[in-house]
Design a protein around this ligand. Structure first.
Ligand SMILES: [Zn+2]
Length: 282
């Protein structure tokens, strides 16, 4: 097993700024003990493929970049450890459980279905294997992200966090928006609670200015990572960015499409502007 999380820190020293990006869903090192019955190519459709490549350059801007190397359907760092699907386990879960709609459609802490339909396993998961996934993957990811955010917050008195994701071009009957085409970008600040509103607006204005349609807090408003780290009253700001996959990839082939280079350039410009925004707050 390799490292569950990879951290790229800026090399510039004094140019460092309190800005952290993370990509929790771009990993694809499928652990041997997953024992899924679904072909790898189908499992891979749950990944935010290429998001680590599209955002991984930010260390040259003075920012920190973290990514998970393990796949999100094995264990999802963007879920709470209470998001346990109890009927998918072979025994009682020893901790607290929060039974949400997402969990029940198989997209909880450990996914059991692809897009709410296709079963990933032909067995119950053991309590011990879910606990192992938490201890060996989820927890190290959370510890690494916590440490970076805390370190920068104590140095600068503020920290800005971009939680990077991608979304399928269309919803489906199991998603909150139904089977409709989605905006180019969806920004999520959990209805204005996880970052300064002017930060969300700044990013939205940048993208709109480049001709993209941008939705805010619908159909995704941010999940566990921005919920946990976004406390604007403590000068800790977390914003989720969902990039529409049609802007950069063929969704079933998991290959880059013709728009990838252009989208990569726009995101590089956006991240440089975000770095300037943060510098302006110091
Ligand atoms: Zn994601």
């Amino acid at each position: 097993m390799g490292e569950p999380v990879i951290i790229s820190r800026p090399t510039g020293g004094t140019d460092n700024i309190p800005l952290v990006y993370d990509s929790p869903h771009s990993g694809y090192d499928y652990p041997d003990d997953m024992n899924s019955i679904v072909p790898n190519k189908i499992l891979r459709q749950t990944e935010d493929a290429f998001i680590d490549a599209l955002f991984g350059h930010v260390s040259v801007l003075g920012a920190v970049f973290l990514k998970a190397t393990f796949p999100r359907c094995y264990i999802d760092p963007n879920r709470s450890t209470e998001d346990i699907q109890v009927d998918a386990l072979d025994g009682p879960w020893p901790g607290p459980v929060n039974n949400s709609i997402k969990v029940n459609r198989g997209a909880g802490l450990t996914f059991t279905k692809i897009q709410g339909e296709l079963e990933i396993y032909d067995r119950k998961l053991s309590v011990a294997e879910v606990q192992h996934r938490i201890d060996a993957y989820w927890q190290p990811y959370h510890t690494a992200l916590n440490n970076e955010l805390d370190r920068l917050h104590s140095l600068f008195g503020q920290v800005w966090h971009i939680n990077c994701h991608s979304m399928p071009a269309k919803g489906n009957e199991h998603s909150e928006d139904g089977p409709v085409e989605r905006a180019d970008f969806v920004l999520g600040d959990r209805d204005g609670t996880t970052c300064a509103p002017e930060f969300t607006q700044f990013v939205a204005d940048f993208l709109s200015g480049r001709g993209y349609d941008v939705a805010i807090n619908w159909p995704m408003k941010g999940v566990e990572l921005v919920r946990k780290h976004g406390r604007p009253d403590e000068n800790r700001h977390s914003l989720q960015i969902e990039v529409n996959r049609r802007l950069y990839m063929h969704e079933t082939e998991i290959t880059q499409n013709d728009l990838y280079p252009e989208t990569a350039l726009v995101l590089a410009d956006m991240n440089a502007e975000i770095a300037n925004f943060v510098r302006g707050r110091l």
